[in-house]
Design a protein around this ligand. Structure first.
Ligand SMILES: Cc1ncc(COP(=O)(O)O)c(C=O)c1O
Length: 484
């Protein structure tokens, strides 16, 4: 699918080469090397002038030159595109047709809306109302400096590590998981580069043609393509306010290939919901009886405000039915890229083998850092502060919702996690809403990216933007909704 190209360069104003010529050379090179593909759209001339930091007239001259030489084509009202009869492809018989390769790859591209979110999250002028990570202000910056100083004072082997990850970290994680009633040995846990990688490893190692992954109606994994390749099918299972209802699955369909159920029982992404203890018991019992393994994604467990959430499903698993995922991304910092997966030894060994073939292990710097944080108790200390601050932020954002959304939407009051799942009272085209919000410099995660159906939901997150920005952004969003 064609996309809008990104400009990541500016002409050199001190150079003797004319600005127009530099721009022509830059665009020609991008097309010639296959970075930009036939059909890709260029930003508007106004946006190009800003990106290149030059006058509109310079842009218009460069585009005319490139159009005349056949590199670009411009259609009135539609914009400027990389041309179909691209000059670079005609003059060069060396350029491979990357478009063909890209289209044939196993993994599909992200949804355009997700690509836009990933891009605009790095625009400083934009208010991020939905971002699912902690703001730098909630990270323990002093602690990070202390740890790096401490680490630099001792000789540490930053070599490749053993296939399952640093043993010292696995030992610390075994102690840590005991507090959640999960009793395992170091051979039952694999350190991964973020829990998303654990999902990729599961897909690569355990699933294939005709495999089915059963997921809740709204789910984090539906915003990704992690379970959509090699003939794996994602199937939605009926869900109520307490989570999935697998007993509605036709059990005869389970026999056609390997199947697995993926769930986020605690502070669910995107709905914020927490599954009750009773439902966890029922779910595990049914899945055990029907030989349906469960992937329990527990990335948000530690972020409770007052009351601890019910015990993990894994803590009740006596038959190796549950693969348990954890991460430091939500509770500390996603850039550390450390998560883990717990499961039967045979599965962990295979996933570890595939991880070695994929990236030779997660960052050893991060693994040493997390070993130190867990061993010293500093991680637990940080969690106490984080919970208090997230709770304060949540209350503040709920008060803004009361002010700006009380007659246009409904929502639940979270007991932890990052998210408020806003349900708009009327059915809007949330893709139009997304675009209108973006035009007003407000970025939202619309509900439709988490489901295959239409959705009148928006995921609001109180973990990232400043409270002043949250109020401003929610006020703008409320105005846009009222005017739609
Ligand atoms: C439920 C859930 N699992 C996993 C992840 C990814 O976490 P990681 O950064 O550990 O890969 C996210 C991130 O949004 C998430 O919401």
């Amino acid at each position: 699918m064609s996309k809008e190209v990104t400009i990541d360069w500016c002409p050199d104003k001190s150079s003797k080469t004319a600005l127009v010529h530099q721009i022509v050379q830059y665009i020609t090179k991008k097309v010639y090397r296959g970075d930009w593909l036939i059909g890709d759209r260029l930003p508007t001339q106004r946006a190009l002038a800003v990106a290149f930091d030059v006058n509109r007239s310079t842009i218009s001259t460069a585009i005319s030159e490139l159009t005349i030489s056949g590199v670009l084509e411009t259609t009135v009202g539609k914009g400027t595109y990389v041309a179909n009869n691209t000059w670079s492809l005609l003059v060069s018989d060396k350029t491979p047709n990357w478009k063909d390769y890209i289209e044939k790859g196993f993994h599909q591209a992200n949804l355009p809306t997700i690509q836009a979110i990933n891009k605009y999250e790095f625009d400083d002028d934009i208010i991020r109302l939905s971002t699912g990570e902690v703001s730098p202000e909630l990270m323990p910056q002093d602690l990070f400096s202390e740890i790096f100083q401490q680490m630099s004072s001792e000789p540490i082997a930053f070599n490749y590590l053993e296939p399952l990850g640093l043993e010292a970290l696995r030992t610390e994680l075994c102690h840590y998981l005991k507090k959640h009633d999960i009793h395992i040995t170091e051979k039952e846990i694999l350190i991964v580069s973020g829990s998303l990688q654990a999902l990729q490893l599961v897909a690569l190692a355990l699933l294939g043609k005709h495999s089915k992954v059963f997921v809740e109606e709204y789910s984090y994994v539906k915003s990704l393509k992690v379970f959509e390749f090699s003939g794996i099918n994602m199937k939605t299972i009926a869900t109520d306010n307490d989570g999935p209802l697998p007993w509605i699955i036709d059990t005869s369909t389970l026999r056609e290939g390997t199947s697995i159920l993926y769930t986020i029982p605690t502070f669910h992404n995107p709905t914020g919901r927490v599954m009750s203890h009773e439902r966890r018991v029922e779910l595990l019992k049914w899945c055990q009886k029907n030989h349906l393994p469960i992937i329990e994604d527990d990335a948000y467990r530690e972020l409770y405000f007052d009351v601890r959430p019910p015990k993990p499903i894994k803590s009740m698993d006596t038959s190796g039915n549950v693969l348990y995922l954890g991460s430091f991304s939500k509770s500390l910092a996603p850039g550390i890229r450390i998560g883990w997966i717990v499961g039967p030894e045979s599965v962990i060994e295979r996933l570890g083998d595939i991880k070695m073939q994929t990236d030779y292990g997660a960052s050893s710097v991060s693994q040493w850092m997390m070993t130190y944080m867990l061993r010293s108790g500093l991680y637990e200390e940080h969690l106490i502060q984080l919970r208090t601050r997230l709770k304060e932020r949540c209350h503040q954002v709920l008060s803004y919702l009361d002010t700006y959304f009380s007659n246009i939407a409904t929502w639940h009051v979270p007991k932890g996690g990052f998210y408020i799942w806003l349900k708009l009272n009327r059915a809007y085209h949330t893709d139009t809403l997304f675009e209108n919000a973006l035009k007003n410099k407000v970025l939202i995660n619309p509900g439709f990216i988490y489901t295959s159906k239409n959705s009148s939901h928006i995921r609001i997150s109180y973990s990232y933007a400043s409270m002043a920005d949250m109020e401003k952004g929610l006020q703008i969003l409320s105005k846009i909704i009222r005017e739609l």
